[in-house]
Design a protein around this ligand. Structure first.
Ligand code: TEU
Length: 560
């Protein structure tokens, strides 16, 4: 996995890194594979499935949090950073996971959640005990405003005020997420040192790096109402880099909802000494409603989507690095959001994978995406488990709005769409557990599952496997220069990647109709088909007829 000793590329300033050719697979441990029958996925379950992941060809597993936690936010509320949640296993299981994964050429990326802890973390238990506690300053406390209310109007991502009154001291503490997730005070050097020590402890156990939860929030200055991109954000990241992973050959990816092309260069620029890359969400949020956000998503406008994807490809072309993803544990299922699950499930899932995996950057696959898992048709709020969805539902109903309308929004964008059990087979609950799962399985598991796809050469799964292998074989996929075509076309997405004499052409129809495009001469359609989601017709003419959701890539060498 760690092949760092490549020479720099002659025709580009980018120094080669092992994670440039990597494909990362996100596991949401709670929902991946339950080895004990308690209805909750666990580390031994992941170990059982390592052969499956190796067959897919992935290089790294990003594990959503596995640490001790009251699970108010499914582990994004940590009460002990240096032990494993009992429902997931033990430290010995973790070490075995790292070792077994390594044997298969797979690294383990941990989820670093250090913007906040759980309210059950000993630091917070101590901090809230008294104003004089040595841990008080680990968190962010403020006096009430003059009329006794919260210090200011900052709100929590999960709804309501970002401040909760701690009655004993009469002060409020800050929580940008649930009240059970108090924000750490990064201005306190003791906090930073404690976090760096913990990071080094995990690095010494042989992990491949970190995914960093809401890392754009750590430089916040609450009195100025600055939450993202605070003045010391990049100083802290540089310090973290120096004191932890900087001299190790690991991968770091920061979650940064606020990232712009400019700030992404600060995070991931090669001379910055910060992170390998960030997750930016502009392609996600560009289709959200201006008022209701993700709860009333707009239909996908392909011209806009292409413009955002292209903007990021260009912005990080010569410095920094892109992450590539359609989904994660907070987002709807890719094929439900961007594809078509009614008539073209297989075609559209493969089309989306083709478009994403042949761009420049490191692709991330969210568990189940490789078989085209879909959003869940829950009809009642009782079926939902996610704290964000439940809180938002309460606020929606309290405001007198229709519960049906809320469920409709949650069916499209609620986080539980991504969190239903992994569908391994047609066995009860998709073969995820022999017990009763913590959240219901998607009822489509009898037909949509791993078992039926791995042996079918035309399956979505095998399409992903091919794309992952192509990235390892062709430098043009990793380093080729990106150029988009047909920018204003509402139905098709076309781009080329060029490296030395190699040219890759990717063409995709985003609609359920036949679409004919006139190929301009400069595009020089030629070469052999690397991957396609339809039986490939070899007569490429100027008038190119694309079938519904058809997508293919041609590799040619115009010089030959
Ligand atoms: O997510 C950050 C975050 O802001 C999400 O809550 C996201 O904004 C929301 O789903 C969109 O409506 C990270 C984690 O990925 C998420 O699972 C955690 O709940 C959150 O941080 C707090 O740790």
């Amino acid at each position: 996995m760690s092949q760092s000793a490549h020479p720099p590329l002659a025709n580009s300033g980018i120094e080669r890194k092992w994670w440039h050719t990597a494909t990362i697979y996100q596991v949401y441990p709670r929902s991946f594979c339950d080895s004990t029958g308690d209805g909750v996925g666990d580390l031994p379950g992941i170990i059982e499935r390592l052969d499956y992941l190796q067959a897919l060809g992935i290089t790294v597993i990003w594990l959503s949090p596995i640490f001790v936690s009251p699970m108010d936010d499914n582990g994004y509320d940590i009460s002990d950073y240096q032990d494993i949640a009992p429902e997931f296993g033990t430290l010995a299981d973790f070490d075995r996971l790292v070792a077994e994964a390594r044997k298969r050429g797979i690294g383990i990326l941990l989820d670093l959640v250090v913007n906040h802890t759980s309210d059950e973390h000993p630091w917070f238990i101590e901090a809230r005990r008294s104003k004089d506690s040595p841990f008080r300053n680990y968190y962010i406390w403020r006096k009430p405003d003059p009329d006794g209310g919260p210090p200011n109007d900052l709100t929590s991502s999960f709804g309501g005020a970002a401040w909760t009154l701690e009655p004993q001291s009469g002060e409020y503490y800050l929580h940008l997420f649930s009240r059970r997730q108090p924000d750490l005070n990064w201005e306190n050097p003791e906090v930073r040192d404690a976090i760096y020590q913990m990071m080094n402890w995990w690095l010494d156990r042989g992990i491949a790096g970190f995914r960093m939860d809401v890392i754009d929030l750590i430089g916040k200055q609450v009195d100025a109402r600055i939450t993202t991109d605070g003045p010391h954000l990049h100083d802290y990241l540089q310090e973290m880099n120096r004191k932890t992973f900087g001299n190790r050959d690991v991968l770091t990816v920061g979650e940064a909802w606020s990232a712009t092309p400019g700030s992404a260069l600060l995070y991931s620029g090669r001379r910055r000494g910060e992170l390998s890359m960030v997750f930016q969400f502009e392609h996600v949020t560009q289709s959200w409603d201006e008022v209701y956000g993700k709860w009333r998503p707009k239909p996908i406008d392909l011209v806009k989507l292409k413009s955002v994807l292209g903007k990021w490809q260009h912005a990080l072309a010569d410095d920094g690095w892109n992450s590539l993803f359609w989904g994660n544990h907070d987002l709807p299922r890719a094929v439900s959001r961007y594809g078509n699950t009614s008539g073209y499930h297989v075609e559209s899932a493969k089309m989306l994978a083709t478009v994403l995996h042949l761009m420049k950057g490191t692709p991330f696959i969210y568990q189940g995406e490789e078989i085209g898992m879909t959003n869940v048709p829950f009809t009642s709020i009782e079926q939902y488990k996610d704290i964000e969805t439940l809180n938002m539902h309460r606020l929606h109903v309290e405001a007198g709005r229709s519960p049906e309308q809320f469920i409709h929004g949650a069916n499209q964008s609620g986080r539980d769409n991504a969190r239903t059990p992994m569908q391994w087979s047609a066995a009860p609950h998709g073969g995820f557990t022999t017990g009763s799962p913590w959240i219901e399985a998607n009822p489509n598991y009898p037909t949509l599952n791993v078992e039926s796809q791995v042996t079918d050469d035309r399956s979505i799964w095998n399409h992903y496997r091919r794309l992952i292998a192509l990235r390892k074989q062709h430098q043009v996929i990793v380093y080729g220069q990106y150029q988009s075509w047909f920018d204003q076309h509402p139905d098709v997405l076309v781009y080329t990647r060029t490296l030395d004499d190699d040219r890759l052409i990717v063409i995709a129809n985003f609609t359920s109709r036949d679409v004919t495009i006139t190929v301009p001469n400069e595009l020089q359609l030629c070469g052999s088909c690397l991957v396609s989601n339809y039986p490939f017709v070899d007569d490429i003419s100027e008038e190119l007829k694309l079938r519904p959701y058809e997508a293919f890539a041609l590799l040619c060498n115009p010089a030959e």
